[in-house]
Design a protein around this ligand. Structure first.
Ligand SMILES: [Zn+2]
Length: 226
């Protein structure tokens, strides 16, 4: 409200968030049946990102769950996500804690709870700021929906949207719930890095869990060169 926009829940079916702009007045909407407060907060922060960053782009912006959670879509969606992540989980507040931590889903759960944001957004933030090679992967029906790598992960060890989740991965047909998670397990390097010639030199750990009712599997894959 201080920035000129008000927030209201909306009876959306296919959208998670929206921004309507009329001069200096903005209306931010979020889908009223999103249950997790952290996901609502991230959605609002994402729309606030459009409000602040894209005043000349369009007078009405509609954002799907994919735009907001999935780090895909057009450049403005990625900019709004980066804005929301920095607003809710400021680098200076997180960087020290994360620098020497291990990339685990438990850590992402902790970050999400501390900063009041969604688990996927927190998991992305963890791998973005952590000081070791790691990749956060979201998959559905054993296909990668999106993946975000840490700056320490060399680009040729990568997981890409559309990749198949291999049988040896914990993410494959995963039934593990978040509250049943144990420590990361070692998996065969070729499971996640089949396209990379040198991948056999990697020691790879993985954690995977199903996300609530969303039929999605969240994985954190971390690795070290042997
Ligand atoms: Zn958006």
């Amino acid at each position: 409200m201080k920035r000129g926009a008000i927030v209201m829940p909306q009876p959306y079916k296919n959208l998670d968030g929206s921004l309507v702009r009329s001069g200096r007045f903005g209306l931010i909407g979020y889908r009223q049946d999103i249950r997790e407060p952290g996901r609502i907060a991230f959605t609002i922060a994402h729309e606030l990102g459009h409000w602040e960053l894209h005043p000349y782009h369009s007078q009405a912006i509609a954002c799907t769950a994919g735009d907001i959670a999935a780090y895909k879509g057009s450049g403005i969606e990625q900019e709004a996500n980066a804005f929301a992540a920095e607003l809710l989980m400021p680098t200076p507040m997180l960087a020290k804690t994360l620098r020497y931590a291990s990339p685990t889903i438990q850590l992402a759960i902790e970050v999400a709870a501390t900063f009041g944001t969604s688990l996927t957004a927190a998991a992305i933030r963890v791998v973005e700021l952590i000081d070791c090679p790691a990749i956060v992967v979201l998959s559905s029906d054993n296909r990668v929906s999106w993946a975000v790598s840490s700056p320490k992960a060399r680009p040729y060890y990568s997981v890409k949207r559309g990749d198949r989740v291999e049988g040896g991965a914990l993410a494959w047909n995963c039934l593990t719930e978040l509250d049943e998670l144990e420590q990361p397990e070692t998996v065969d390097a070729s499971t996640w890095f089949s396209r990379d010639r040198d991948a056999q030199r990697l020691e790879v750990w993985e954690q995977s869990a199903v996300l609530g009712d969303y039929d999605l599997v969240l994985s954190i894959v971390s690795f070290d060169e042997l």
